[in-house]
Structures are given as C-alpha cells and as structure tokens.
Design a protein around this ligand. Structure first.
Ligand SMILES: *Cc1c(COP(=O)(O)O)cnc(C)c1O
Length: 234
C-alpha cells in the first residue's frame, strides 16, 4: 500500500461498490435511488467511519453492541444514521437503543419486549426489521419463516418501535438469488399486513447484485468498502 492513504483506499472501494450498485440496478430495471448503501464498519476504527462520512456515506452499521456504542459516541459529531445488524442479547439492548435508529436483527418476541421497554425509557423511536432465517435454522440469528409474521405483529404493536421491514443474510450453501427470492415473498407477506414495512435489507459484499435483482432496498456492505476483516477472536 505504499503511498496510498486510507482515505484513497476507502474512496476506491466506495467507487467500485457504487459502480456495482449502478450496474445491478440497471440490469434489474430499478432506480438507483430505491437502494440505500449501509456501510458495515465492524472491527474497523472510528477514523474509518469518519472517512466514510467525509465521502458522503450517511448510514453505518455495527454488529456488536459495545463496539457499536463506543464508535457511535466517538462519531457523535457526524451526520450519520446508525444501524445495528448483529445478534442482540436483551441485556445489551440499552447500549443499542442509545444510538441506533434501526435494528435489523429483531427475531423474537422477548427481544421485541426489551427493545420496546428501552425505547420508551429513552424517549426514542427505534425502527425494526424482522430478521429471517432463510435456511429455517435460527441458531445464527433470525426468526424461522413461519414465525416472521408473529414477530412483525409484535413489533407493530409495541410502543416505541416502528416496523420497517425484513432483513436476511444469504445462507451458506445456497444460491443467494434463490434465498433472496424467498425473502422477497416473505417481505410481501409482511407488507400485506403492515404497508409501511417496505424495507428489504439484503445483500453483502459477495451478493449485492442478486439482492438488488430480488428487490433489496438496503445493502449492508463491509469488506468491499473497507477491506477484509481480521478474524475476530473472542
Ligand atoms: C459483517 C456483516 C455484513 C457485511 O458483510 P461483508 O461481506 O463484509 O460485506 C452484512 N450483514 C451482517 C449482518 C454482517 O454481520
């Protein structure tokens, strides 16, 4: 990386991602304005968030509550909307509600209850996406498809929360396009009961094209913007 500044690196990543998004939108006959880019900054320092903000990025996401809260505080002067996309334990809800406008990983009634209690206490409204386990295996987060409508109804009925839509990660070992097609159907079923729940959060660095082809409205992109993350050691 001799001579290349971090800003130049990130700017090049952003430019390449924007080109991919534009091409995928063209191929799908969609307007670029229908798709929001959410930069996933987990494991990267607040200085990178600052660079992204300087390059015009307005939506950033984290997946661990403590790290998210710390970075959001360090970046409190920036015009950013924070998203939370990780598995969330109820005892970490306060850390997340303190800064996040949208939680993408709402997957069970108990979490809905905890988020609602904390949102009311903090006097904030938290946007919620119901995370769908597209492989029907909730161990890595997400509600089973059969449980999604119940979780969505619980969010919609909860004080302090606003149901905005659905989110999923493409399962390993399946073509993302097929998985995202199922997500789109589930999103439609949720929207039938909750017309304002228009968000489909799908698509990461490796599968954003398939996500756009299947109606994604929010892409969550980390690696393609910031580089490969070091393996996380707990
Ligand atoms: C890390 C992460 C992303 C970003 O993945 P990349 O492959 O780095 O783009 C998106 N969504 C979730 C839920 C993540 O944890």
């Amino acid at each position: 990386m001799s001579g290349t500044t971090r800003r130049e690196e990130i700017a090049a990543g952003l430019e390449a991602v924007e080109a991919r998004i534009a091409a995928a939108c063209r191929a799908a006959g969609r307007d670029r304005a229908e798709v929001s880019l959410v930069a996933v900054t987990k494991t990267y320092p607040a200085s990178d968030v600052r660079i992204l903000a300087g390059l015009g990025v307005r939506d950033v996401a984290e997946n661990r509550a403590q790290e998210a809260a710390g970075k959001a505080e360090e970046c409190a002067d920036l015009p950013l909307t924070w998203h939370f996309v990780g598995q969330l334990q109820t005892n970490k809800v306060r850390l997340v509600v303190g800064h996040a406008a949208v939680v993408h990983s709402v997957d069970r009634p108990r979490l809905v209850g905890a988020l609602s209690t904390e949102a009311v206490r903090a006097g904030r409204e938290v946007g919620c996406l119901v995370q769908v386990a597209l492989d029907d295996d909730p161990t890595r987060g997400g509600a089973r498809p059969a449980d999604v409508l119940a979780v969505a109804d619980a969010v919609a009925a909860a004080e302090g929360l606003a149901l905005r839509g659905v989110m999923a990660v493409a399962p390993l070992g399946e073509e993302p396009a097929k998985a995202f097609a199922r997500l789109r159907e589930i999103a439609g079923a949720v929207r039938a009961g909750h017309p304002a729940a228009t968000v489909i959060s799908a698509g990461m660095s490796g599968d954003l094209d398939e996500a756009i082809a299947n109606g994604a409205t929010h892409l969550r992109i980390g690696t393609a913007l910031l580089g490969r993350r070091k393996p996380f050691v707990r």
